[in-house]
Each structure stands twice: as structure tokens, then as C-alpha cells.
Write a new protein. Structure first.
Length: 148
């Protein structure tokens, strides 16, 4: 999760919501991603989707069956769907996403019976993962107040 936090810090440094993700295969990080929605102006540019794309390229397969994903924030509906479709068996995340989270916060999409089951565990380095997002939005609000 510390490596996912490094990715989140990259997002923060360019003004993106600080969410980071890494995918591990055979105890090695094979893909990294961080949010790039604002800089790319692409709604699909979530950390998980970026990392999944890189992992598929690295393994030359859309099936990521023997991997583990570490994300700093609970996945949204789109990312949960991408995780399920990619056949990622294990997902670990830091902070809960009370607005869009699909593990425990809004719904549990991972409990729906698909042909692929994902084991999900949240709360990994939760305080650290939550703090960076809170700081980002606090800074954003303060900057908006200074502009007015």
C-alpha cells in the first residue's frame, strides 16, 4: 500500500485527486497508476483503470487472474466493474469512499455473484490514505476562497 501511496502523491503534485494504485504479480509490482482525470479530461482515467491497462499489456492478457491490486481508496462502480472483468482475485484498499465506494460505503458490488469472485479488504493504512485526500480537498477549498 505504501507504493500505492507514492502514486497518490504523484497525482496530488499535479493537482489530481490523490488516488494511487499498484498491481502485484508474483510478488513484483507490474503496474502503477494514479488519477489523471483532470489532466487528461477523460472520465475513465482512474488510477485502477490506468494500472489495469498497464498490467494487461505487461502480462499480454486481459485476464489478471494471479494478481493483487492495492488502491488508496475504495473502488467506484466503474473500477469495481473493471476489476471484476479483469479477473483480479484480490483487492486491498485504504480509505473508504462514502460517496462512491462499492465495497462497503454505498453498495457491495463485490458480493454480487458473477462468474469471478474478488476478495476485498479495506482499511489498509486507512489513516494515511484518508489524510492525503482530506488535505487535498481542504487545500482546494482554501485556494478557491482566495480566488474569490
Amino acid at each position: 500500500m505504501k507504493k500505492a501511496m507514492e502514486e497518490a502523491k504523484k497525482a496530488y503534485s499535479i493537482g489530481e485527486v490523490p488516488i494511487g494504485c499498484v498491481i502485484v504479480y508474483k510478488d513484483k509490482i507490474i503496474a502503477r497508476g494514479y488519477n489523471k482525470r483532470e489532466s487528461s479530461q477523460l472520465s475513465l482515467a482512474h488510477a485502477e483503470v490506468i494500472a489495469i491497462k498497464k498490467a494487461c499489456k505487461k502480462l499480454n492478457s486481459w485476464r489478471l487472474e494471479d494478481t493483487k491490486m492495492y488502491i488508496t481508496l475504495e473502488p467506484c462502480v466503474m473500477c469495481a466493474g473493471a476489476i471484476i472483468q479483469s479477473r483480479i482475485p484480490y483487492v486491498y484498499y485504504g480509505a473508504r469512499d462514502y460517496r462512491f465506494g462499492t465495497h462497503v460505503s454505498k453498495i457491495n458490488l463485490f458480493d454480487v455473484k458473477f462468474n469471478h469472485e474478488v476478495k476485498v479488504e479495506g482499511g489498509i493504512l486507512e489513516e494515511e490514505c484518508s489524510k492525503i485526500i482530506t488535505e487535498f480537498f481542504k487545500e482546494l477549498r482554501e485556494n478557491d476562497r482566495l480566488k474569490s
